[in-house]
Design a protein. Structure first.
Length: 191
């Protein structure tokens, strides 16, 4: 999706994130690792810095705020570039974005699974339709997107948070009410 050639663009600051962008051939290795099960979880380095904040680094990598806006587009990007291309299944995508993350953060089986007694946090992905990513249509109020102009397929149509409908028909209808959730990290994923 993104490779280190982006560092040569005039607005290269928006591509300073963790992990750093790699060579295009590394994308194939990542997609293969996702398909083989070597990668368990898909996350983002979501830090929606404005370009004026990124510019504070004065073009110096070590002084530029690290991170990019991406959490809103994560599912679309994974669906478009991994599921639609046959690199992973829809079931693998769901596991990497929900169940495995819940296990990693010690929240399973209370979260990350659809079953009685589990928290009713549900995202519904509609694979139909296509759109072009733009910071102008993202809801995180950032004046840039590292994925600007990329064509993607489908999108999150509905989200239930604790059983409350917060996204309906792709539109945010209620603000989330985040809260601290105490958990212990899974021994399998400790550094």
């Amino acid at each position: 999706m993104l490779d280190d050639s982006r560092y040569g663009e005039p607005d290269a600051e928006k591509f300073i994130m963790s992990p750093p962008l790699r060579k295009a051939e590394d994308q194939d290795a990542l997609l293969s690792a996702m398909g083989s099960g070597e990668i368990d979880v898909i996350g983002t380095d979501h830090c929606s810095f404005m370009m004026s904040q990124k510019a504070l680094g004065g073009g110096e990598f070590s002084k530029t705020p690290n991170g990019g806006a991406g959490v809103q587009n994560r599912a679309q990007l994974i669906y478009t570039y991994a599921v639609r291309t046959g690199r992973i299944t829809l079931q693998q995508m769901a596991a990497m974005m929900s169940e495995n993350a819940a296990k990693m953060f010690g929240m399973f089986p209370h979260r990350g699974i659809l079953r009685e007694g589990a928290e009713a946090d549900i995202s519904i992905y509609d694979p139909t339709g296509e759109s072009t990513i733009s910071f102008r249509t993202n809801v995180h109020h950032c004046d840039n997107s590292p994925y600007e102009g990329m064509k993607v397929f489908g999108g999150v149509s509905d989200v239930l948070l604790g059983g409350r409908h917060v996204v309906k028909g792709g539109k945010l209808i209620e603000e989330g009410k985040g809260r601290f959730v105490f958990r212990k990290a899974s021994g399998r994923y400790r550094a």
